[in-house]
Design a protein around this ligand. Structure first.
Ligand code: SF4
Length: 90
């Protein structure tokens, strides 16, 4: 992938709690009490809202793993943006 990931979010209307993203990247994704995926942030609480890469709890996670997590989602509920804010997945 050429463009670097700048931001991630979860579309809670699409997320069905399948947890594939958590299987791929447990340091970044978890399920909240409503069984929706949330992003683990340095500053709690975790959230589905747009989250800057630098605010993720696990800063060391690589772009390939984050993209793999997004691609593992059966409903494409994980939206990935580059550093300029352009959507790069799905
Ligand atoms: S893989 Fe998709 S549907 Fe499953 S928990 Fe993650 S975001 Fe939700």
């Amino acid at each position: 992938m050429k463009r670097k990931i700048g931001k991630l979010m979860i579309d809670r209307n699409l997320c069905i709690g399948a947890a594939s993203c958590i299987a791929v990247a447990p340091s970044t994704f978890e399920l909240d009490p409503e069984n929706k995926a949330v992003l683990r942030r340095k500053q709690p609480p975790p959230s589905s809202d747009p989250t800057e890469r630098k605010d993720l709890e696990d800063e060391t996670i690589d772009d390939e793993t984050l993209l793999l997590a997004a691609k593992s989602c059966p409903t494409q509920a994980i939206i990935v943006y580059d550093e300029e804010g352009n959507q790069i997945y799905p």
